[in-house]
Design a protein around this ligand. Structure first.
Ligand SMILES: Cc1cc2nc3c(=O)[nH]c(=O)nc-3n(C[C@H](O)[C@H](O)[C@H](O)COP(=O)(O)OP(=O)(O)OC[C@H]3O[C@@H](n4cnc5c(N)ncnc54)[C@H](O)[C@@H]3O)c2cc1C
Length: 549
């Protein structure tokens, strides 16, 4: 199969989705391809911090300025994905006064609102801070849902005529007469694993930590320096404000409140392969031990899962930093025509989630110039789907009696789409109790993603709470009936449940171990998923009734 597009964007993380939206809004025919689900890469494995820029105010002021600028934009255009939590840089007795003052001066120099709080004032904001903290700086950090934000960008790209393909890895780039003219993709979800060659006037490589691999396909070097970091999720929201340790760079120095949970992080260690690296228990122990010094109740709390992400850091080869924490968090646009004598492709590397829109604007300007398109960027002004009218979001809370936790959470997720999705004449039970997701929301997501329950998960948060899908995975799968048969529903259930299990392996102690044992009992014993007769062909009902395997 062959097709043609003006611009082919490779990579469905925040950068690629942002670029697809920007191009589509400027009237450019765009196709986005992603090897997994949207957010399959680093974007689905990050901390959820909407940077105020405070973290970089001393070490990297260019990045800090970009962060505060985009922080303001995203609060406007993506209100249903952002929670304005505020953030604190907290000084412990062993943290130096000199660095505290440098941080404050850095924030002011970068136009980041910053206010010094006494220990008492800081504890008024965040009561669970350790008793020995001395003071803090308040900054406008926030929490952001990367899944919702990416999906909203992709949805907007589609609304403007773009094509978005998931589970469609690029297997090779097509290079003809010394120019990149397209890419070969494989449709993983088609039964015959069909292939498609997509010809394009221009190709954008937005594959983050994988950018070097795409470069290899075209015969050019892209020196990404992937760096892994761990994050551990706690079962409840012990803090309502982002809590940062006020010290120079170091591991394990931030807690971000996220929906019903808190996320602890992180570490920074260079790896050679963005998909294959050690996930080590000491990293998990380190973040819990260190952050317990800032917020002591974390030491007694239940961890529900841990996960690792890989930063797509880039550094021009001549810089050669030894320590990944020294590599800039800024982004780079690599014009391969200029840099390598290979027209037809541009790569975008480095950067942060918070600045994805700015990165997308810069590469879209560049591509439009190449294509002779004059339309201006509008992504900083036009709200994303779901955030068109933030006052609507607040009104819904009252109008639908949505003060209840279930309604409130649904409306927060759906934003201005809440009316369309939640108004239903049929029963609307809660299918995922931990995250308060009702059938109407599940059916709405399924109408967009077909049978892919992990794609449903990133849209709704169903199965992302305390029980990690123990009580809801099978309910979600049964929503596929009667449109899909039993085999499809079982396959989708297995895929979702395996995905949940991946992160739980690193949290198997205390109450989460009991939860995992309960989940095993429910699924393997009561529902007989381990010895599922339907998986092995015709069930042997005699053996089954006799309790034999
Ligand atoms: C531990 C950690 C914590 C972080 N926390 C924060 C934070 O709190 N706030 C913040 O602003 N930033 C944070 N970041 C940085 C941020 O997450 C990333 O900079 C950002 O998500 C990168 O997005 P991206 O779209 O460039 O890359 P990705 O999200 O990795 O997207 C690239 C996509 O390309 C796809 N792809 C690769 N190869 C192919 C192929 N052959 N065919 C098709 N598709 C392909 C991948 O599957 C992937 O989905 C964090 C990063 C890490 C590692």
């Amino acid at each position: 199969m062959e097709s043609q597009t003006a611009v082919l964007v490779i990579g469905g993380g925040s950068t690629g989705c942002g670029i697809a939206r920007d191009l589509a809004m400027r009237g450019v025919d765009v196709t986005l391809v992603e090897q997994g689900n949207l957010t399959h890469g680093t974007t689905g494995r990050m901390h959820g911090l909407l940077h105020s820029g405070g973290r970089y105010a001393v070490s990297d002021q260019k990045s800090a300025r970009e962060c505060i600028e985009e922080n303001r934009v995203l609060r406007d255009i993506a209100a249903h994905c952002v929670e304005e939590t505020g953030g604190l840089f907290v000084k412990r007795p062993e943290d130096t006064e000199a660095y505290f003052q440098e941080k404050l001066a850095g924030c002011r120099a970068c136009d980041i609102p910053a206010e010094v709080l006494t220990a008492e004032e800081a504890r008024e904001v965040e009561p669970y801070l350790a008793p020995d903290i001395e003071k803090a700086i308040w900054v406008p950090d926030g929490a952001v849902d990367p899944f919702r934000l990416c999906v909203a960008n992709a949805a907007s790209a589609e609304q403007h005529g773009g094509r978005v393909l998931t589970h469609a890895p690029v297997t090779d780039l097509v290079v003809e007469a010394g120019e990149v003219v397209g890419a070969k993709i494989r449709h993983e979800r088609s039964s015959a694993k069909k292939t498609e060659t997509i010809y394009a006037d221009h190709v954008v490589n937005a594959t983050g930590a994988w950018a070097g691999r795409l470069g290899d396909m075209a015969g050019v070097d892209i020196e990404v320096r992937p760096s892994k970091g761990v994050m551990t999720i706690m079962n409840v929201r012990q803090v309502d404000t982002v809590v940062n340790r006020c010290r120079p760079k170091g591991d394990a120095d931030i807690v971000v409140p996220h929906e019903t949970t808190c996320i602890l992080g992180t570490t920074d260690e260079e790896v050679s392969d963005p998909e294959d690296y050690p996930e080590e228990q000491w990293e998990v122990d380190l973040v819990i031990d260190e952050l317990t010094k800032l917020v002591p109740i974390l030491g007694e709390a239940r961890t529900i899962r841990s996960f690792w992400g890989v930063r797509p850091l880039y550094e021009p080869p001549e810089v050669g930093s030894d320590d990944p924490t020294d590599i800039t968090r800024d982004f780079f646009l690599l014009d391969h025509a200029e840099r390598d004598g290979l027209p037809g492709m541009t790569s975008i590397v480095g950067g942060k989630f918070t600045t994805y829109r700015m990165m997308a604007e810069s590469i879209t300007d560049h591509v439009c110039e190449k294509l002779g398109v004059r339309a201006a960027c509008e992504t900083a002004d036009v709200p994303l789907p779901g955030s068109e009218d933030f006052s609507v979001l607040r009104d819904y809370m009252d109008e639908f009696g949505l003060r209840s936790p279930v309604g409130r959470r649904s409306v927060q997720r759906l934003g201005s789409r809440a009316d369309d999705v939640l108004s239903t004449d049929v029963p609307n039970p809660v299918l995922c109790e931990c995250e308060a997701v009702t059938r109407a929301e599940v059916q709405d997501a399924l109408s967009a993603v077909g049978t892919d329950l992990n794609a449903l998960r990133i849209r709704t948060r169903a199965s992302m709470g305390n029980c990690q899908g123990g009580f809801c995975c099978h309910r979600l799968a049964s929503e596929l009936h009667p449109d899909h048969d039993e085999e499809v529903a079982r396959g989708a259930l297995d895929e979702l449940y395996q995905e949940r299990w991946k992160g739980e392996r690193h949290a198997l102690w205390g109450e989460q171990l009991s939860q995992a044992a309960l989940n095993h009992a429910l699924h393997a014993a009561t529902l007989n998923r381990d010895g599922d007769p339907a998986k092995t062909g015709t069930p042997n009902w005699d053996a089954f009734d006799g309790g034999k395997p």
